[in-house]
Design a protein around this ligand. Structure first.
Ligand SMILES: N[C@@H](CCC[C@H](N)C(=O)O)C(=O)O
Length: 268
């Protein structure tokens, strides 16, 4: 099985090219590939398949030739991955499967338009965030309130008073299953200056990761909500670097680096 490896602000992915849709990817195989000691290691898998050959998104084939079939490190399926779609775009161009510039990528959360800049950054139109109300999470015995934000995938973004650097995210946060019947990605954030946030995240299906693109947008939405704002740009500092989130009246954008680091053959 051929693979490539890439990351966006250290949210890292194993990329599995499968243009003709021939790969069987049971959850146990995905988990074995993502294992950091016995496998390649990654926060998730980006399975690269032609949209028209993927029944669950075939209706997007007119707008996007390629489908990002995203899997979490535990083998579960997710609707969207903001850093993943940026790395996916970098891979398509580098593999000669898409022309540099701007194009659509099919996801379970709908078609996402990506733009590759000459600087190396990739920007994605993430679509309009949906604010669903408030909820709570408990992290290491402390309760935090947050905003439920649907980015295609579920988020609870909590602006907190404690410094995020001191949080223990080795264990999954507890959350309200009535609000999140399919699980949730939990972001904890502090304001670090005007329009600047520091964020940590515990991802559904992957644990604490060093960055999360959908989570960064959800965090900017939560910070904006608290400040009574709806538009603007935020720099979001994560453990693996910094991404930029822009909110306008119509949609949201995520921008940042997307890097390929290796390629080879998996013999698992
Ligand atoms: N890291 C991703 C989000 C990946 C999916 C998430 N774990 C979920 O289950 O929804 C991002 O950059 O958005």
């Amino acid at each position: 099985m051929r693979f490539a490896k890439g990351h966006g602000t250290e949210n890292d992915f194993v990329i599995l090219p499968d243009p003709e849709g021939e790969l069987e990817l049971p959850g146990a195989l995905v988990a074995a590939i993502c294992d950091r000691r016995a496998g390649i290691g990654g926060d998730g898998v980006l399975h690269v398949v032609r949209t028209k050959l993927s029944p669950e998104v075939a209706d997007q084939a007119g707008e996007a030739e390629w489908f990002m079939d995203y899997r979490n490190a535990d083998g579960g399926v997710a609707e969207m991955c903001g850093n993943g779609v940026r790395v996916f775009a970098r891979y398509l161009v580098s593999a000669g499967l898409a022309a540099p510039g701007e194009f659509g990528v099919a996801t379970r959360g709908g078609v996402k338009r990506v733009r590759l800049a000459e600087t190396g950054d990739v920007t994605v139109d993430m679509g309009p965030p949906r604010v669903l109300g408030e909820s709570r999470a408990s992290v290491s015995g402390r309760e935090y309130g947050g905003l439920r934000v649907d980015m295609g995938n579920p988020h609870l973004a909590c602006v907190i008073g404690d410094p995020v650097a001191g949080l223990d995210l080795t264990r999954p946060p507890a959350f309200d299953p009535e609000h999140f019947p399919n699980g949730v990605n939990v972001e904890l954030l502090n304001a670090a200056g005007p329009r600047r946030l520091v964020m940590r995240v515990f991802e559904r299906g992957s644990g604490e990761t060093r960055s999360c693109g959908t989570g960064a947008v959800a965090s900017a939405v939560a910070a904006a909500h608290l400040a009574g704002e709806t538009t603007g740009s935020w720099e979001v500092e994560v453990l693996g670097g910094t991404v930029t989130v822009t909110l306008d009246e119509r949609t949201s954008y995520l921008a940042g680096p997307a890097v390929l680091v290796a390629s080879g053959e998996i013999t698992l």
